[in-house]
Design a protein. Structure first.
Length: 249
């Protein structure tokens, strides 16, 4: 059986490259908005997940588990198709995409934050109490900075995954990179060339970020190994500028 060789025609890429760049711009815009919103919203969700009040803790856990244990595509369709049925309000595709992706990423990010919060040494929290810091000041100056630093590789991995998952918003007619690539491919009958270039455009964004992530992980590991014998600064000097605390030699 003879297989006909495929004749590549890359001119379709050059003639439609501005459209692909426009779609990539939409993808990046959605990704940045979702990442920023999720990193902010995940903090209170993680704190609620750690609440001493059982009802609040269970509500936060139910939200997290729903969005962690159901497919993102189903969540996207539910927000776009089902939510307007419940509310009677038509939600545009881009807004539906941002809402669904934010709810999903916030759930994963909240669990990451919670792991970081719980890893902060209790001695440092007790030292904050001795400095008469309020609960919010301890969270802001002691817990959050250390949790973010410790969980930074995981946070960046989630962000990379989110960037790739934005391709799903093409299913609700959001004119992102994937939607634009599919449209051009159907118009030109050149899916091989167009989709290959689209994949390379995703790769060109995600791969450098993954290299940065690897470098951060190596630096953190080297810092843990080589910095084990160094004496840490006082808690006040590290976390609360201007605070004074007596350190016993």
């Amino acid at each position: 059986m003879l297989i006909k060789s495929y004749d590549f025609d890359w001119s379709v890429v050059s003639s439609n490259f501005p459209r692909l760049l426009e779609g990539l711009g939409v993808t990046i815009e959605i990704s940045v908005i979702v990442i920023v919103l999720s990193m902010i919203l995940a903090v209170p969700v993680a704190l609620l997940r750690m609440s001493n009040i059982e009802v609040i803790r269970w509500v936060a856990q139910i939200y997290i588990e729903i969005f962690r244990c159901t497919p993102l595509l189903v969540q996207l369709f539910w927000v776009y198709y089902a939510l307007p049925t419940l509310t009677g309000i038509t939600i545009p595709g881009p807004l539906s995409a941002v809402l669904a992706l934010t709810l999903n990423l916030t759930a994963f990010m909240a669990e990451t934050y919670r792991a970081g919060f719980q890893a902060v040494p209790i001695e440092q929290i007790e030292a904050g109490k001795m400095l008469r810091l309020t609960a919010w000041q301890r969270t802001r100056h002691i817990i959050i900075p250390q949790a973010l630093r410790q969980q930074l590789p995981v946070i960046m991995s989630l962000d990379i995954s989110l960037f790739k998952d934005t391709a799903l918003v093409s299913t609700i007619a959001v004119a992102d990179l994937m939607f634009t690539a599919n449209k051009i491919a159907s118009e030109s009958y050149r899916a091989m060339e167009i989709l290959t270039v689209a994949a390379l455009m995703y790769f060109a964004i995600a791969f450098p970020v993954s290299l940065i992530l690897s470098k951060i992980e190596r630096n953190m590991m080297n810092g843990d190994i080589h910095g084990g014998g160094r004496r840490p600064k006082s808690l006040a000097a590290q976390m609360v500028p201007g605070a004074k605390v007596q350190v016993t030699p």
